[in-house]
Design a protein around this ligand. Structure first.
Ligand code: SF4
Length: 680
């Protein structure tokens, strides 16, 4: 699999073939009888696609930002790629999922190259970049050679496979190594994460896969990344005050954010601060391994490491107890009581830092370890002492094995809008934000406010699907409120009735694991259809099984609400248990709610309802994936009918046919069965 295509240009400027705009207009490309109709095997004229392409082209020309909601079936990737190619600008395309990155790189762009340059008279330079931890660090691999640090036969086998592959790979991307398990512990020790990278001072710098990726990006017209890589890079640039060599992504004329509904969450995590007991331990391990290798592990450094490990263990054990994510509001009181332990941890980091600095004729990576120890000191101080009013401080504690906990101290911006405005939108000539789910009640006020977007062009495109005839939306008016204890039993009963009508072929999606497990247990043995449960196998394996198993029913939670595509009859019904409001006790959600209310706003209507609308649209979006799909959508939560805010949800959903009658559902599927019988 190649991660770069096209001729390498001699300069760092993009080598776009720049399709001349006067040769083919967007209309001539997308309209019936146009280039697309002659080249695409499944061509259909899509009005929304042409409108979107025109809007993107205008935004690129006028150097304006654009936010555009384009439902499933619009063909939005071609709608932004064609104007991007015509613009001749270097452009980053950032996506939320790997699937979309792969579709762009392996399918859409090669198709357009063929369609636009049939005689091979032009080409595009395109690169596909992943996060650094997907690539091999040659230095770490070479350092491991001959070291007795591999544990177990499996690691030795993996090492041999990686060492052989390193000699032939062009990219260093672990995706090429199919035999390497996802959770390989060895890979974690030799990937190219920036933590241990010593940059230009590295002896492998010239043939480093990251250096190579950077060079390719500089020579590319189109750079495909994901939101995590994009915001990681942006936060590095921000910290380095936009120094010219900071970060890995080059300057571009525009950024297209596809699946842009995820931006707030991803940006929040990269503009925040996080330290953990695991991160301290990783530093200790790296120092130890490196100095052992170079025979420089002195008694003083061993002592500093021992002290740091102990201090870290004490400090993290003293943090407020609890599992999952919870707020850490009482940091001041905590410090009053445990200030000595915090100071001791700080001192031990400083001690390690100075012992490392004092090492005579030290290898280059030691400077990097010292920098990491300093970074930890600064970040611990911020996390424990900062009074920044736009930051929420919280703790996440997760079980990491027997009697072991991974504890994270976190700081997240409450409002990323001002940060994104200054770091991103004010600096970029043109940003295009698109997704099937951005608008609430037909407008973008919510997204604009959450992301700090001002003066944008906006567009909600007409759908390509005939939702009224393709989807029936059923809400049972008689079920109890989902917040009551009676709900689960009644909901399970109704799900059983519905699945009998649809003959399985359904996703039953829940807002919590507890509810999923409860309903699954109630229905176990009650259904005549194969039941699949999230957690019983990896997500991709479950989806494959669902696709291949006639009449299967999949019980799942949030990770199946988006980025899942099952076309055809196999998925004929999507049932959602309740309106997907974010958990109000989640520390980040709670801080955002509090902040909006404190500023005189109404957090429920300005934040909680719109966020839930976007999630519900995502969940229901699993059903109709093509013009030929037809099926049933069910929301078991009738607050959508009974509460005043329910109107916002109804107005934001596509124009499904709606019913509250089970008989109508039966008829809908009766008609389908008849059609099938006639067809047979
Ligand atoms: S430059 Fe950094 S990532 Fe590349 S080989 Fe050297 S240490 Fe590894």
């Amino acid at each position: 699999m190649a991660y770069y295509r096209g001729l390498v240009a001699p300069t760092s400027q993009p080598a776009s073939a720049g399709v001349k705009k006067q040769e083919v207009s967007l209309y001539q490309f997308f309209a019936p009888g146009g280039v697309l109709s002659r080249t695409h095997p499944a061509y259909e004229f899509r009005r929304g696609q042409l409108q979107m392409a025109q809007a993107v082209e205008q935004a690129l020309e006028e150097k304006r930002h654009l936010i555009v909601e384009a439902g499933t079936g619009t063909g939005k990737t071609l709608a932004y790629l064609v104007p991007v190619i015509r613009s001749g600008k270097r452009v980053i395309i950032s996506t939320g999922t790997k699937n979309l990155q792969e579709q762009l790189f392996h399918k859409d762009i090669p198709f357009l190259e063929q369609a636009l340059f049939p005689d091979g008279e032009g080409s595009l330079n395109v690169c596909y970049m992943k996060g650094r931890n997907n690539y091999l660090c040659r230095k770490k691999l070479y350092d491991l050679t001959g070291q007795p640090v591999l544990s177990g036969l499996e690691e030795i086998e993996h090492y041999r496979a990686i060492a052989a592959w390193e000699k032939t790979t062009q990219t260093g991307d672990r995706a090429e190594l199919a035999e390497l398990p996802e959770a390989s512990a060895l890979w974690h020790k030799i990937d190219a994460r920036s933590d241990a990278c010593i940059g230009q001072k590295c002896s492998s710098w010239d043939k480093c896969f990251i250096t190579e990726m950077h060079r390719r990006a500089m020579e590319s017209d189109i750079i495909i990344v994901n939101h995590h890589l994009f915001f990681a890079d942006l936060s590095i640039k921000q910290q380095a005050e936009y120094a010219p060599d900071a970060g890995i992504l080059p300057e571009v004329g525009a950024v297209i954010f596809d699946e842009a509904h995820e931006l707030e969450d991803v940006a929040g995590s990269y503009f925040g601060v996080s330290v953990s007991n695991g991160r301290v331990e990783e530093l200790c391990r790296d120092v130890e391994a490196s100095l052992q290798r170079s025979h420089m592990l002195s008694a003083a450094i061993s002592g500093a490491l021992k002290s740091l490990r102990e201090r870290s263990m004490f400090f993290f054990a003293l943090l407020p107890q609890g599992e999952g994510r919870f707020s850490f509001e009482n940091r001041r009181e905590f410090l009053e009581e445990n200030g000595d332990e915090f100071t001791a941890l700080h001192h031990s980091l400083r001690r390690l830092d100075s012992e490392l600095q004092n090492l005579p004729s030290k290898p280059e990576e030691v400077f990097n370890f010292a920098r990491r120890a300093q970074e930890l000191q600064v970040q611990f101080s911020f996390l424990m002492e900062s009074e920044d009013p736009n930051t929420v401080f919280w703790i996440e504690r997760r079980r990491g094995g027997r009697d072991k906990f991974n504890v994270y101290l976190q700081a997240t911006p409450i409002d990323v809008a001002p940060i994104l405005k200054t770091c991103l939108f004010d600096k970029l000539e043109c940003a295009v934000l698109t997704s099937a789910t951005l608008a609430v009640g037909g407008g973008f006020e919510y997204m604009r406010r959450r992301l700090g977007l001002e003066h944008t062009r906006e567009s909600v495109l007409p759908s390509h699907f005939d939702y009224e005839n393709q989807a029936l939306f059923y809400v049972p008016p008689d079920l109890p409120d989902p917040r009551t204890p009676q709900f689960a039993a009644k909901a399970a009963d109704r799900i059983r009735q519905l699945l009998e009508i649809t003959r399985g072929r359904a996703f039953v999606l829940f807002t919590s694991y507890a509810q999923m497990n409860d309903v699954y247990q109630r229905l176990l043995g009650e259904l005549d259809f194969p039941m699949l449960l999230q957690g019983d196998a990896p997500k991709s394996a479950l989806l494959e099984e669902f696709r291949l198993t006639p009449n299967a029913v999949l019980f799942a939670t949030s990770s199946f609400w988006q980025g899942v595509d099952v076309q055809g009859e196999q998925l004929s019904c999507v049932i959602i248990d309740r309106l997907p409001f974010a958990v109000p006790s989640d520390p980040v959600v709670a801080a955002r709610v509090k902040s909006i209310d404190a500023e005189g706003g109404n957090a429920f209507f300005q934040y909680q309802v719109p966020a839930a609308v976007i999630t519900l649209k995502q969940g229901f979006g699993r059903l109709i994936r093509s013009l030929h799909d037809r099926g049933l959508l069910v929301l078991l939560d009738n607050r959508i009918l009974k509460k005043q805010y329910g109107r916002v949800f109804v107005e934001s959903l596509p124009d499904y046919r709606k019913t509250t009658e089970l008989e109508v559902v039966e008829k809908w599927f009766g008609a389908e069965a008849e059609e099938r019988d006639h067809g047979a």
